[in-house]
Write a protein that binds this ligand. Structure first.
Ligand code: DC
Length: 231
């Protein structure tokens, strides 16, 4: 079966990363969390005290940033490296979550990260999740999935995740952040969040991960057989 790229896009906190991880494990592919890369740029900007609304200031930061991933030896999860330092925890704070949409609307930031993401997918065998993967990063991905779920369900899931990692917040704050990011991510001029015309829709409001992975694996296998009637 041929190696393919799988693009997973969708709203904030609807389990794109969890599905991407399952698919990558099952297929022996590499999983890439593109949102982590936007969060890394945001973290660097906040630490540098840059004005995140100023595109020129943001652009000036980019050449000094090295972004990569590292596999955690115990749980096999991919974790973000910024300039060689594991910043997986620091990029998940509410402070970064509040600043990441304004940062990711700058075209200079998007160009910088999209180039990197395309390099990562050059040899296929990648499952990448984000907002513009099927529309901009890999418009020729053999399988595109667009995920969504109701805002309340998404906020509940993200709230529990944050609690488990010891981040202090409230359900209301999380819900407000999700709604605000979705609104900003869908309305920006450059590469807004939208479903690619040839994407498959997966609403996981009432689906467990095993069911979602089962559906997505069936789609992936169809795409790998390359019979031309995938979508
Ligand atoms: O997937 P996430 O929630 O960690 O992403 C954080 C933010 O990064 C998201 O609100 C918008 C931005 N993002 C983007 O603009 N394009 C992507 N491909 C991925 C994320």
């Amino acid at each position: 079966m041929k190696r393919i790229n799988i693009a997973i896009d969708g709203h904030s906190s609807c389990g794109k990363g969890t599905l991407a991880r399952h698919l990558a494990q099952q297929l022996g592919y590499v999983m890439i969390d593109s949102g982590a890369m936007y969060r890394a740029v945001t973290l660097a900007a906040l630490r540098a005290g840059a004005d995140i609304t100023n595109e020129k200031e943001m652009e000036a930061l980019l050449p000094g940033l090295q972004i990569g991933f590292q596999i955690h030896p115990d749980n096999g999860r991919s974790e973000l490296l910024l300039n060689g330092v594991n910043e997986e925890k620091s990029i998940r704070t509410m402070e970064v979550a509040a600043a990441v949409s304004p940062v990711s609307k700058h075209s200079a930031v998007r160009r910088f990260l999209v180039d990197m993401q395309r390099q990562m997918g050059r040899d296929k065998g990648v499952v990448m999740d984000g907002r513009d993967i099927g529309t901009v990063v890999f418009p020729d991905a053999e399988l595109k999935i667009f995920m969504t779920a109701s805002p309340e369900i998404r906020a509940g899931r993200r709230f529990r995740e944050l609690q488990q990692t010891g981040i202090v917040t409230t359900l209301d704050e999380v819900l407000e952040n999700l709604n605000s990011r979705d609104q900003q991510d869908s309305s920006r001029a450059d590469s807004p969040l939208r479903m690619a015309e040839d994407a498959r829709l997966l609403d996981n409001s009432s689906l467990g991960i095993e069911e979602q992975a089962g559906i997505a694996l069936t789609w992936a296998r169809e795409a790998m057989e390359g019979n031309g009637i995938v979508r």
